[in-house]
Design a protein. Structure first.
Length: 278
């Protein structure tokens, strides 16, 4: 079935979502947030559209969220022209609102409201994890599962181990997500210092993760953000959460935005297995 664009009532005004129904629904559904450093990307990029189509083709109806973006400064890595935008917590709260809307409408797509999952890629994974953490803290209905692709979860990047440093250098990727780049990305998103990030904005720093939903994390192989993913997985495991963590071999950051690369299908399949068996 073809995807359908619709507008829902969001916490900061009208919010666009794109619904991808499944021809043969499995009973699970997913709310998905694309990446783009909080300041770029859209539901039309492969990390939005191709990913949502892949989930739907495997029986998981998907709601892709067109959340509001952070500002762009001309000449930055996010664009060549100045663009006004929004700061935290707008996008995080919009992803949470899309999850609530999806639960209310899940039956229309052949899904159970209690089987609606939440996920995203890169900065979108941050938004998904933060939205889930907000629900945990509020004692509200939680996602059935959380799926995070190569997430950024720390405003202040953890140290990169020597083997990953060597692999990044060999691939010429040492400045893609260096600590300085990550700090600048978060400060643009926050509208303030990286140190000001609370646990919803930087879920990797959260304590007291008991009660967090079952989570599957797939990191890219040659990617500085892998350290953020691994640290969060370790924190979840220490808290007794149901967490599965793996690194997709031979990939670099953003591999779901390149559907023709070998890492795309295995990552989607890993997520779907967990979504449809949890």
């Amino acid at each position: 079935m073809d995807p359908r664009d619709t507008t829902i009532e969001g916490p900061h005004g009208p919010l666009g979502v794109r619904v991808y129904p499944a021809d043969r629904p499995s009973g699970s559904a997913l709310v998905w947030a694309h990446g783009g450093g909080f300041a770029a990307g859209s539901v039309d990029m492969p990390e939005g559209d191709a990913v949502a189509r892949a989930f739907a083709a495997r029986g998981v109806p998907t709601v892709s969220v067109d959340y509001r973006l952070a500002p762009v400064v001309a000449g930055s890595r996010w664009g060549d022209e100045d663009r006004a935008g929004v700061h935290y917590p707008v996008a995080s709260e919009e992803v949470g609102a899309a999850f609530a809307w999806a639960r209310a409408h899940a039956a229309e797509w052949g899904a159970d409201p209690g089987s609606v999952a939440l996920g995203g890629a890169s900065a979108g994974a941050n938004l998904a994890a933060g939205a889930a953490l907000r629900l945990v803290r509020a004692g509200a209905a939680l996602p059935a599962h959380l799926v995070l692709a190569y997430p950024t979860l720390h405003a202040i990047q953890p140290a990169v181990p020597a083997d990953l440093t060597d692999a990044l250098a060999a691939a010429g990727l040492t400045e893609q997500f260096s600590p300085a780049v990550v700090r600048a990305m978060y400060e643009n998103y926050l509208g303030g210092s990286a140190e000001s990030a609370d646990e919803i904005a930087a879920p990797g720093t959260a304590g007291g993760l008991a009660g967090f939903p079952a989570t599957t994390i797939v990191a890219s192989d040659v990617d500085e953000l892998r350290v953020s993913a691994a640290a969060f997985a370790a924190a979840l495991e220490a808290a007794g959460a149901d967490v599965a963590y793996c690194v997709e071999p031979g990939t670099r950051h953003g591999h779901l935005n390149r559907p023709d690369e070998p890492g795309f299908t295995p990552t989607i399949d890993t997520f779907v297995r967990r979504l449809t068996t949890s």
